[in-house]
Design a protein around this ligand. Structure first.
Ligand SMILES: NC(=O)c1ccc[n+]([C@@H]2O[C@H](COP(=O)([O-])OP(=O)(O)OC[C@H]3O[C@@H](n4cnc5c(N)ncnc54)[C@H](OP(=O)(O)O)[C@@H]3O)[C@@H](O)[C@H]2O)c1
Length: 274
């Protein structure tokens, strides 16, 4: 088999997904189900969020067929040795109540240069065993992604990174487009700070939508797949509908030209040198 080729068809992601971080209550479960009713099918959880069980219950209780969902979870930073990749993935499957995880991410490239090859080999084996459908990474720099592609015998389908109008990731987006790797922006709503961006507020007024929706519409227009988090029915609907906002090239340029840069998340012990 040619390097990068796979027996498993590459996943096709929808335009927008649903973040679930900090959602591990009964109320969150109801919120997720509401999100599914609105249309969300691409779900983002992680071992680190301690909510895989709630996400799995929401899927089951929604009554929507399992195969309509793309369920993504992430290996916690201390589960990257091959033994822990296998063991912790089994535990994630059990908590989610699923037979297969659609996308398994490496959450952070922590110690990637030391053990990344072994981690990816173990993940590749999980694909062969049918426990996961695809391999993804998160918080990887373009250099890390190149390295992962060169090591792994399966495609690296996505890189989940912080991305929003104050952290536009232009170089990374161009790089990943060339390599056929999806960019999945986290904090697409700047963790709630979208109203602090005058350009988003201005365009929201112009299109008669919220600044939050403009941020999502811009990310979608960039060809990325944002995963906003909400369990509020009004926000869920607004986020879903942001797919339909038609931004003009002038609107896009206005956001592209924002010079302010702010990264909200960079945990000192595990973040790479960006
Ligand atoms: N890979 C990683 O390292 C990493 C790191 C962080 C996050 N993530 C993923 O990314 C997801 C998104 O990140 P996040 O939840 O922290 O930040 P976010 O999606 O950027 O922002 C969420 C905030 O925006 C509010 N909100 C959502 N929709 C809104 C709307 N239409 N109008 C007004 N307010 C709205 C939410 O409040 P309400 O709840 O009131 O709607 C919440 O306060 C996470 O859930 C997680 O799945 C991944």
């Amino acid at each position: 088999m040619i390097k990068g080729e796979t027996k498993i068809a590459k996943l096709k992601l929808p335009k927008i997904g649903l973040g679930t971080m900090q959602g591990n209550s009964k109320k969150s479960k109801q919120g997720f189900i509401k999100g599914f009713e609105i249309g969300f099918r691409f779900l983002d959880t992680a071992q680190m969020y301690f909510n895989e069980r709630v996400v799995g219950e929401a899927i089951k209780e929604s009554g929507i067929p399992r195969d309509e969902f793309i369920v993504a979870t992430k290996l916690f930073v201390n589960n990257l040795s091959p033994r822990k990749v296998f063991k912790s993935t089994e535990r994630s499957l059990k908590r989610l109540g699923l037979e297969t995880i659609d996308m398994l991410y490496i959450h952070w490239p922590f110690r990637f240069h030391k053990i990344g090859g072994d981690t990816l080999k173990a993940m590749s084996k999980l694909v062969d065993q049918g426990k996961i459908r695809s391999i993804a990474v998160s918080n990887f720099t373009p250099q890390h992604v190149d390295e992962a592609i060169s090591i792994c015998d399966k495609p690296i389908i996505a890189n989940q990174v912080e991305m929003h109008p104050w952290l536009q990731q232009k170089e990374l987006v161009a790089h990943h487009k060339k390599k056929g790797v999806y960019v999945v922006p986290y904090f697409p709503l700047m963790h709630g700070r979208f109203n602090d961006v005058p350009e988003l507020v201005e365009l929201g007024k112009k299109h008669n939508v919220s600044a939050a929706q403009i941020s999502l519409a811009w990310l979608i227009k960039k060809g990325t797949v944002p995963i906003p988090k909400s369990v509020n029915p009004v926000h869920l609907k607004a986020n879903w509908e942001s797919q339909n906002i038609k931004l003009s090239s002038k609107d896009i340029k206005l956001i592209d030209s924002i010079e302010k840069e702010k990264r909200f998340l960079s945990p000192p012990l595990i973040a790479p040198k960006w």
